[in-house]
Write a new protein. Structure first.
Length: 239
């Protein structure tokens, strides 16, 4: 269920000059922040956890997920060029799965890799902080990509909705309202990070089993609905 041609076109769209600049911006900021803190403060496990949790996982990963997930298909639907792809002898679920694979890969590269590097810069992976947040970034990348890919198929305002979810729901409400934390990809990912480090530095409002189930359920459901939405798109002349 993977089409190399669709993948190549999607990579080209995501890594074009404008989007590439946005994708490099946040990881670059994270590495600069990490290097500055290490230079001024030295190695500190709690500071490392705070930076990786507060900036990398809470801000960088969802924003990159918005760029990659919505950008994988949204612009093609908005400008109508998706009809050329749908006219080819490629199954529509294959199109969705291929675009999701590309979005996940891009999100992981631009979020998980910088998170790992920043963690080693901050405290040399003391108490497995760097690895823990890298694991969280990896699993969050999958769920965010699926969610924002779905948004790209159902709304012309996918980027705005994605930003509202990432910056308002998860970053703001998630920090203030306990109930909102349960419905947060960030908290689900933190549950896995907590498992890696053990209790102490990292904590999540959601249990590990619940987090894994919700991550899998949201990813599968979002992917299925995106495929269903794409199947309902019809071309001129189709019955």
């Amino acid at each position: 269920m993977y089409n190399p041609t669709v993948a190549r076109l999607t990579y080209r769209a995501l890594l074009g000059r404008r989007r590439a600049a946005l994708l490099f911006l946040l990881p670059g900021m994270l590495l600069v922040i990490a290097a500055t803190i290490r230079l001024l403060n030295g190695a500190d496990d709690q500071v490392a956890a705070d930076v990786l949790g507060g900036f990398a996982l809470a801000t960088m990963v969802p924003l990159i997920g918005v760029i990659a997930g919505t950008g994988a298909i949204g612009p093609e639907i908005d400008d109508g060029s998706i009809v050329y792809l749908l006219s080819k002898p490629v199954k529509r679920p294959t199109i969705i799965l291929t675009k999701l694979t590309v979005a996940v890969a891009v999100t992981m590269v631009f979020s998980a890799v910088p998170t790992l590097l920043a963690g080693f810069i901050l405290n040399g992976n003391g108490q497995q902080v760097a690895v823990a947040y890298t694991v969280a970034a990896l699993v969050a990348s999958i769920a965010y990509s699926a969610l924002f890919l779905l948004l790209g198929t159902v709304s012309r305002h996918a980027v705005v909705i994605g930003l509202v979810y990432a910056l308002v729901w998860e970053a703001l409400f998630g920090s203030l309202i306990a109930g909102a934390r349960t419905l947060s990809v960030q908290q689900w990912a933190l549950a896995l990070a907590e498992k890696v480090t053990g209790e102490g530095l990292i904590s999540s409002e959601v249990g590990l089993t619940t987090a894994v189930v919700l991550l899998a359920a949201v990813t599968v459901a979002a992917t299925w609905f995106a495929g269903h939405k794409l199947r309902t798109l019809t071309l001129a002349g189709e019955e």
